[in-house]
Design a protein around this ligand. Structure first.
Ligand code: NAD
Ligand code: UDX
Length: 439
């Protein structure tokens, strides 16, 4: 099949590359000409494990290409995916649909006869209706079908998630569009991934419900972690104790500094707005967002409490600033409010991240960027682990204890055994584990 993917970001690029790997003919179109030029030079605009090899293979075999000129690239496509960004709209938290609608307008007049248009971007209920209306307005004779096909991949595991999804959701009432989508996803269906066919509005809502539910699980276990600290219990064991119940499940029960990233915060907020607009408030999600927002700065108080509440004159080493490991994405990373709060409390902050440094330099002011974890820790009063990169899991604690000014480790991802760290002479603060310093 001939597929056009509009938007070559985290989702469009991974989806396009994976579709081409299944044998489809794919062109990824991005309005950012610099991004397209670097992709055509074999350079990846994002850090995603396995992506460079996947792209190179499919470009080499002639199934994947990149273009910035939408018109010539779309005119041969049987299926056109829209995978552009839907960030929070400044000021009100609604999803900003301007990129989606602009893309719909741009493709309308160049769509081939009977092409199927698919929104892969995460969009509020009713967006598919508006995309269809825009295309008809621009091109009244077009025989267009607009499908909702939300994407559930996670950054850092995006290729695996795309190729082996728990499910594929396809929202359309149009039989022609349904059979085109069945053809697009046939290789995945053969991989035994279930395909859920539904109507467009249900598909759109399913995506927001999924992200908000997962965000709720995290916010819930984070509050249990706080309570565990107060009552002398261990949140990791509580998580295991509840997670082994299949009705609850073990995933997304890791307590930490609060959820971040390019999806959960903005999608939870957009669902709240949809609820308010329709006089059907999603109060649980409203609380989840409020609790999560407060948590990130509260983590700075946890660091301060290791010093009797005062960080003036203290140097703090922060390990990991991306919102999760295996990505360079800094969007809504918990490290951002956390570092700002540390600075507000008077601390000098030093930072190291294995791949996020370039992006971090665009975000943080007045921090010292270091070459590795040890240079970062040197002379510091506390080491704070914010993102659980693999290389932080086996730090040389003896070495750290000799180079740090003060032996304090604040492990916001619970990747160390408290006993082991304390044995090496450190004050150790985890999240929700016995003797963790509360905030
Ligand atoms: P992104 O910002 O990384 O990429 C969007 C790309 O679209 C950019 O490269 C931009 O230049 C391009 N673009 C914008 N308007 C365009 C136009 N008119 N024509 C061509 N290109 C255009 O965004 P992303 O993280 O890939 O997210 C895309 C969508 O997928 C969002 O709705 C997001 O909520 C959803 N989503 C993201 C993830 C994730 O992990 N990032 C996962 C699932 C769903
Ligand atoms: C998420 C969804 O998982 C994915 O299905 C959707 O398509 C996009 O949004 P992503 O944002 O890439 O994916 O990462 P995810 O692994 O879900 O983590 C999101 C945030 O939650 C991170 O800040 C992470 O550290 C945090 N998290 C996750 C926890 O704090 N605890 C957990 O148990 C899991």
């Amino acid at each position: 099949m001939h597929i056009a993917m509009i938007g070559a970001g985290y989702v469009g690029l991974v989806s396009g590359a994976c579709f081409s790997d299944f044998g489809h003919q794919v062109v990824c179109i991005d309005s950012n000409a610099e991004k397209v030029a670097s992709l055509n030079n074999g350079e990846m605009p994002i850090h995603e494990p396995g992506l460079a090899e996947l792209v190179a293979r499919n470009v080499g075999q002639g199934r994947l290409s990149f273009a910035s000129d939408l018109k010539s690239a779309v005119c041969e496509a049987e299926v056109v995916f829209i995978a552009v960004g839907t960030p929070s709209r400044r000021g009100d938290g609604h999803a900003d649909l301007s990129y989606v609608y602009a893309a719909a307008r741009e493709i309308a007049t160049v769509l081939p006869e009977r092409a199927v248009v698919v929104t892969k971007s995460t969009v509020p209920v009713g967006t598919g209706d508006e995309v269809e209306r825009i295309i008809r307005e621009e091109n009244p004779t077009a025989t267009v079908a607009v499908v909702s096909n939300p994407e559930f991949l996670r950054e850092g595991a995006a290729i695996r998630d795309f190729k082996h999804p728990d499910r594929i959701v396809i929202g359309t009432d149009d039989p022609r569009a349904r059979s085109a989508m069945a053809e697009v996803y046939r290789p995945l269906h053969l991989n035994a991934s279930p395909i859920l066919y539904t109507d467009r509005r249900t598909a759109e809502l399913t995506k927001y419900a999924a992200n908000s539910f997962l965000a709720t699980k995290i916010a819930f276990i984070n509050e249990i972690a706080d309570l565990a600290e107060k009552v002398g219990a261990n949140v990791q064991e509580v998580a295991r104790g509840i997670g082994l119940d299949n009705r609850i499940g073990q995933k997304f029960l890791h307590a930490g500094p609060g959820f971040g990233g390019s999806c959960f915060p903005k999608d939870a907020m957009a669902l709240i707005k949809t609820g308010q607009d329709n006089e059907s408030p999603v109060r649980i999600v409203e609380t989840v967002v409020a609790v999560n927002d407060q948590r990130k700065r509260a983590m700075a108080r946890k660091v301060a409490n290791a010093f009797g509440g005062n960080l003036r004159g203290k140097s703090i080493a922060v390990l990991g600033v991306t919102f999760k490991p295996d990505t360079d994405d800094m969007r809504d990373a918990p490290s951002i409010p956390l570092i700002t709060a540390l600075q507000d409390m008077g601390a000098e902050v030093r930072v190291f991240d294995p791949v996020g440094m370039e992006q971090a330099k665009k975000v943080f002011e007045n921090v010292t960027f270091c070459e590795n974890a040890y240079r970062c820790a040197k002379g510091c009063h506390a080491l704070v682990i914010v993102t659980e990169w693999e290389q932080f899991r086996a730090l040389d604690l003896k070495e750290l204890s000799t180079i740090m000014a003060c032996p304090v480790i604040v492990d916001l991802r619970n990747i160390y055994s408290p006993e082991e760290v304390r044995r090496n002479g450190f004050l150790y603060c985890g999240v929700g584990r016995p003797k963790s310093v509360a905030y």
